[in-house]
Design a binder for this molecule. Structure first.
Ligand code: C2E
Ligand code: MG
Ligand code: MG
Length: 605
């Protein structure tokens, strides 16, 4: 009809003889169908454009502001939009690509894999594909695209390709192999290598367009995927769940140790919001080991911070979030770096501290307030760092526990403590030695104890081994403790009340003494409930036939309060700070000051 109209308007008047008015009339008649068709086309286009506008405007605005080359395809794999960054990638005006079937730009040999992927793409899923693409100047470039199928997303309704040029790396390399090297085989997500490269590319533009990094560590993933055949399923469900929660331009990849990494389009605050949302969505992922939980660290990207450092920063934030508890999201700041630098220095220096003679033991008396005498001393490890000065065992023991070094240190403490106390003229004073979980799990504790007792000549009955409550949950540990008790060594539960304290688990356990944790004494002078707890621990010990030592009694007032309550064994600054070896040898532990007069408040609870 359109052709007919044009012919009528253009050809017929020229052939028609006669009055010019007649010719004009005929021409106008001929133009009528042309106008009708054109206006119908215009109306349709208008409808389409406005429909597209409403559904995709928001998404395109996002894409347009992207620093990355992004191409949007319709169902028939025609380009409906190409972001401005495509200009540099393909040496052409992105507007000229609109309407172009994708196939035309792809190298014939690469069409098969690419199109099968696009055809098979499933709602929201990611796939990464590499193909040769013809540029505006007739060259072939190797382009890698992260494909996201958002056809079912009402706001997008399209396939979205996030592209990048990998030509220089791909010269002479099989695109399939290249793609495999950049893809996590289980989830299909970009892998660590792809992540590093992407970070490097994004980092160059972050001054004008903020991007942040969120590192998400899934707890108990190993347990959740332990059953044969479950790993792939769990990870795929997980990936799909996380993907669905992402916004248009957020970019998900797989990091180290099974972590997930998101390049968040926005500031570090946006990354916190995204990470929090991702963590909460994990609660809906049911696995054979129960719902998943996670923790996250976030950091903003900066042009002067290289990708490796950005990942380390996110890692530090994650480390800090982990110590705050499951579900936490922490943001990187320089204090975390300083703390980490200190930890690294200490961990490194600790390895040689023993041979350099920087470690020593201090001994803190445990006093029997009824008999007014010191019954035992607790050996406490001390480290004087040549540059950093005195470092608390609360800081360096956990570092030693992260490596086999703790076994070596623990052995040294055992030998040194037994030897020091065996040399004293007194033959009744006992010595307590702290034993860490890793040390006891090394399986060498019994051998080390026997060797230390033999070498020092200290009777087994004068050695107390201090363990923590949680260690009693391990059957092997319990077995070793039973062996030690058969030898005559006593076992004390240190920091009692901070773990899973319950009568049920203590009954029948190889335990001789309970050491009530210091936190029971916080506000004990003013808080009746605290006092009730202190009394309850004493009663618990009595009903189990176990003496209770109150730890951290720092002031005469608290000392009076405890002794008034019936507590008999006390350790703390109120009697003595930890003593140096010389003070111990000089008998400083023998002096037990008089008990202060009780000024404790009326105990009502
Ligand atoms: P812990 O075994 O509970 O030791 C008691 C801690 O309380 C000691 O801290 C001691 O100095 C402190 N303390 C004693 N009286 C008071 C007081 O009145 N007020 C206050 N505020 N604190 C008091 P220290 O020596 O810093 O040791 C801390 C922790 O480090 C120990 O807690 C123990 O868990 C660990 N540790 C110390 N030496 C060793 C060791 O040789 N091996 C292992 N595995 N851990 C050790
Ligand atoms: Mg202790
Ligand atoms: Mg303690």
């Amino acid at each position: 009809m359109l052709a007919f109209g044009i012919a009528l308007a253009a050809v017929v008047p020229a052939l028609l003889p006669g009055h010019p008015l007649l010719r004009v009339l005929v021409a106008l008649l001929g133009l009528a169908p042309v106008t009708a068709v054109l206006s119908a086309v215009c109306r349709r286009q208008h409808r389409l454009v406005s429909a597209l506008r409403t559904s995709q405007a928001g998404f395109r605005t996002l894409v347009r502001s992207s620093v990355d080359p992004v191409v949007i395809l319709d169902d028939r794999l025609r380009v409906t939009f190409a972001s401005p960054a495509v200009a540099t990638l393909l040496a052409c005006d992105p507007a000229t690509l609109t309407g172009l079937p994708l196939e035309r730009a792809i190298h014939p040999d690469d069409r098969g894999t690419l199109f099968s992927t696009l055809a098979a793409a499933e709602g929201g899923e990611f796939a990464v594909r590499t193909a040769r693409v013809r540029t505006g100047d007739g060259q072939w470039r190797l382009i890698q695209a992260t494909v996201r199928d958002l056809r079912t997303d009402p706001e997008v309704g399209a396939l979205v390709l996030y592209c990048r040029d990998v030509t220089s790396r791909g010269r002479g390399v099989d695109p399939e192999l290249l793609e495999l090297s950049l893809t996590d085989p289980v989830t299909g997500l970009p892998n660590r290598t792809a992540l590093s490269r992407r970070l490097a590319a994004v980092q160059r533009q972050v001054d004008t367009h903020p991007v942040a990094l969120a590192l998400i560590s899934i707890d108990g993933l190993a347990a959740a995927t332990a059953r044969p055949g479950t790993e792939e399923t769990v990870l795929r469900v997980l990936t799909s769940r996380l993907t669905r929660e992402l916004r248009g331009e957020d970019w998900l990849a797989r990091g180290k140790d099974g972590d997930f990494v998101v390049l968040v389009d926005g500031t570090v605050s946006d990354a916190e919001v995204v990470a929090t949302r991702l963590i909460s969505t994990l609660g809906y992922v049911a696995t054979p080991a129960g719902p998943l939980t996670a923790t996250a660290g976030v950091t903003g990207l900066a042009s002067d911070v290289d990708p490796g450092e950005a990942l380390r920063r996110a890692d530090l934030a994650l480390y800090s979030a982990r110590s705050a508890g499951v579900g936490s999201v922490h943001r990187y700041d320089d204090a975390l770096r300083i703390a980490q630098d200190r930890r690294s220095t200490l961990a490194l220096d600790l390895a040689g501290a023993l041979t350099r003679g920087e470690l020593r033991l201090a001994f803190q008396p445990v006093v029997d307030v009824v008999m007014r005498r010191t019954t035992s001393v607790e050996a406490l490890l001390r480290w004087r760092h040549p540059e950093l000065g005195d470092v608390s065992p609360q800081e360096f023991v956990p570092l030693a526990e992260e490596s086999p070094l703790i076994t070596e240190l623990g052995r040294w403490v055992l030998f040194e403590a037994c030897d020091t106390v065996a040399r004293l003229t007194d033959d009744e004073l006992s010595v307590a030695v702290n034993v860490s979980a890793r040390q006891i799990r090394s399986g060498e504790l019994v051998t080390d104890v026997v060797a230390a007792l033999e070498a020092s000549g200290l009777p087994a009955s004068r050695l107390i081994v201090e363990i923590t409550e949680s260690m009693l949950l391990d059957a092997h540990v319990v077995g070793d403790l039973e062996t030690l008790r058969e030898l005559g060594v006593r076992v004390a539960v240190d920091d009692f009340g901070t773990g899973w304290s319950s009568l049920a688990y203590l009954v029948g356990m190889p335990v001789d003494v309970l050491k009530m944790d210091q936190h029971f004494l916080a506000d004990v002078e003013t808080d009746p409930q605290r006092r009730a707890l202190c009394r309850a621990v004493l009663q618990l010990g009595t009903s189990l036939g176990l003496p209770v030592i109150v730890e951290g009694v720092a002031t005469p007032a608290v000392l009076a309060l405890m002794s008034d309550m019936g507590h008999r064994f006390v350790q703390g600054y109120a009697f003595s700070r930890p003593l140096e070896v010389e003070q111990l040898a000089a008998g400083a532990w023998r002096t037990v000051p008089d008990l202060p007069v009780a000024v404790a408040p009326e105990v009502t609870a």
